[in-house]
Design a binder for this molecule. Structure first.
Ligand SMILES: Cc1ncc(COP(=O)(O)O)c(C=O)c1O
Length: 304
């Protein structure tokens, strides 16, 4: 039996003891919203830091509002359940936490109760910038979900069906991952990450109304890049601009910063992870681990 403990329906239990009704709306129709939150171990500080927790909890509650789930817990309660869960496991390494609010019981896609929650940590190491290889991508033939149909702003389990179509197609055709265009034909995002490109020294990312999740990593990188003195544009991106870009990378809490080195078998820049991409990754890793204290306002220590 696995020793990992999770928070499930009001109690801390061993992961194998957590059970959901097979006829529940979450199991049948994906009626749930979630967050993936990263915790980074800082060996010098002997401390585990959670990165941008309040932004993740705000987005979780916003997702509840948009999908029609009346969350029974306050921000403060969810925060304290999360810390209880980590303390129970006494992690001293990098982890990711999946926090999901879902409709349990027996119901349909329009059921609004019973609302339940789980908080489940998993071990997940950070990217090592020293041996990062970069991935191949294709422009997906699947269109990214859009606001009037399946709003990508909601971090809902069911939204990932769109990511699944793109990911399976990409793999079938020999690529690592897909990049989606939105309904307008402009670049949107990856299957589980937002996109940046670098062209002529300028950093460019699609706007928040370009069929993307309101990514916390995207916001973090805009801030870091500005402090590093980069010129940044949030604007529509054409597909052909990606082929001509000097660097392209994806970003997300899970992806961190993932260089894309080819698109549709056309090399991006030199065909290797770009310099700006790697320097942003280094800055990002410093921020998430609270190294140097410059970004301590984004991290919360778990052990006091
Ligand atoms: C579709 C999608 N876009 C973007 C992101 C990046 O969001 P964040 O940086 O908040 O993790 C994710 C990951 O959660 C995602 O699933």
């Amino acid at each position: 039996m696995e020793k990992r403990k999770i928070w499930f329906k009001g109690a801390i239990v061993l992961v194998d003891q957590a059970k959901v009704n097979i006829l529940s709306p979450t199991a049948q129709f994906g009626i749930n919203v979630f967050e993936g939150i990263r915790f980074y171990w800082n060996n010098d500080h002997q401390q585990l830091y959670v990165f941008r927790l309040s932004e993740h909890l705000d987005r979780l509650l916003e997702s509840c509002k948009l999908i029609g789930i009346n969350c029974p817990y306050s921000f403060k309660q969810i925060e304290s359940f999360l810390f209880d869960t980590i303390h129970e496991n006494q992690y001293r390494e990098d982890i990711a936490v999946r926090m999901t609010i879902f409709i349990d019981g027996e119901g349909s896609w329009s059921s609004v109760e019973p609302v339940e929650m789980f908080i489940a940590p998993i071990k997940k190491q950070r990217t090592n910038p020293e041996n990062i290889k970069g991935l191949s991508a294709c422009v997906s033939t699947w269109e990214r979900i859009s606001d009037n149909c399946f709003p990508p702003r909601i971090k809902a389990g069911a939204n990932y069906i769109n990511g699944r179509y793109g990911q399976l197609e990409a793999k079938r055709n020999g690529y690592d991952l897909p990049i989606f265009l939105g309904r307008s034909g402009k670049v949107a995002e990856g299957a589980g990450a937002c996109l940046f490109m670098v062209r002529r020294g300028v950093l460019i990312t699609p706007t928040l109304t370009s069929s993307v999740l309101e990514s916390i990593t995207r916001a973090t990188l805009l801030d870091l890049a500005e402090k590093l003195g980069f010129k940044i544009f949030e604007r529509e991106i054409d597909r052909t601009e990606l082929y001509l870009a000097d660097e392209v990378f994806l970003c997300g809490s899970a992806a961190e910063i993932t260089p894309i080195i080819s698109l549709d078998r056309i090399a991006i820049g030199t065909g290797l992870p770009g310099e700006i991409t790697i320097s942003l990754l280094r800055q990002y890793l410093e921020a998430v681990c609270n190294t140097g204290g410059l970004y301590s306002h984004w991290t919360v220590p778990v052990y006091r």
